[in-house]
Design a protein around this ligand. Sequence first.
Ligand code: IPM
Ligand code: MG
Length: 360
Amino acid sequence: MYRIAVLPGDGIGPEVTAQATRVLAAAGRRFGYEFCFQEGLIGGIAYDATGQPLPQATLDLCRSSDAVLLGAVGGPKWDNLPVHLRPEAGALLPLRKALNVYANLRPAMVFPALAQASTLKPEVVEGLDIVVVRELTGGLYFGEKRREEIPGGQRVVETLVYTTQEIQRVARRAFELARKRKKKLTSVDKANVLESSRLWREVVTDMAREYPDVEVNHMLVDNCAMQLVRNPKQFDVLLTENLFGDILSDEAAQLTGSLGMLPSASLGDGVGLYEPVHGSAPDIAGRQLANPIAAVLSGALMLRHSFGLEEAAAAIERAVATVLEQGYRTADIMEPGKHQVTTTEMGRLIAELVERGELV
Ligand code: IPM
Ligand code: MG
């Protein structure tokens, strides 16, 4: 039995995680695994209920589970709280830190049925399949910060800290992943300006000797941002520090047409955290308009990376591709001539295919 902590969170989080757990349960029935789902509070809804965006009970639940599925956190209602109580800075970032999930994998794949949905020309994105490996527990996000009053205004300090060991552990994940894929790793940095990037480059260069089968190149982040829209298919695995990875992964997401499609896996040496890349979308919450595919695919990543259930993970991914081929679309990816379905219907269609075991 696999114990999964489910943290639906705010906005569309509950709607999409409900479909992800439904699909996981269907995969369990099909392949003979038992998943036990236990819900916990996180984000604004947790603050409203307990006064804390990340209650201790939620942390305890996560630590005693085999993996964590998160929906999304945040919304305008909580934007004016002091920073440590806000859903993002007070819950999401501390949860990542507490679980020590230092390697964030964000695959950006273009489903054949959706090649037209990107704002880029179809020939630029067709068949795209890249993964951003983002360092998730260090860098500017977690460095010391302060503000000081000075004559004429304020002075602000943000600190960017990385140790050799922090770079090594995320780089190793990226090399291992590249080895299983097209054996091509692009390490992204700003080594022409930042000392942290120079250490980053040294560490990656040293590690490359252990992976002679992986082709490694180093690219400056500004150039990488440009190359991602110019010719994204030149990449396979992109490795980068926390803030650059945050920015580049949104850019990579847009190549696929909709942020509503992209899953993520955050891995450390213990419990893994799985969440859609999209946010809580408060404007469409509760209206059955959200696309549950990112959450469903995050469930597939959980089966693959935390439980080693490759066959079940692949079945979910194939079912998603099939449902799209069949012309079903949620509102965000709707095109003329397709069938628009609700969040729940999309989840049900995917779950049925997973359970029946239909192949593409
Ligand atoms: C992400 C998000 C978060 C981040 C925010 C909500 C703190 O943008 O997961 O990419 O910056 O890491
Ligand atoms: Mg982001």
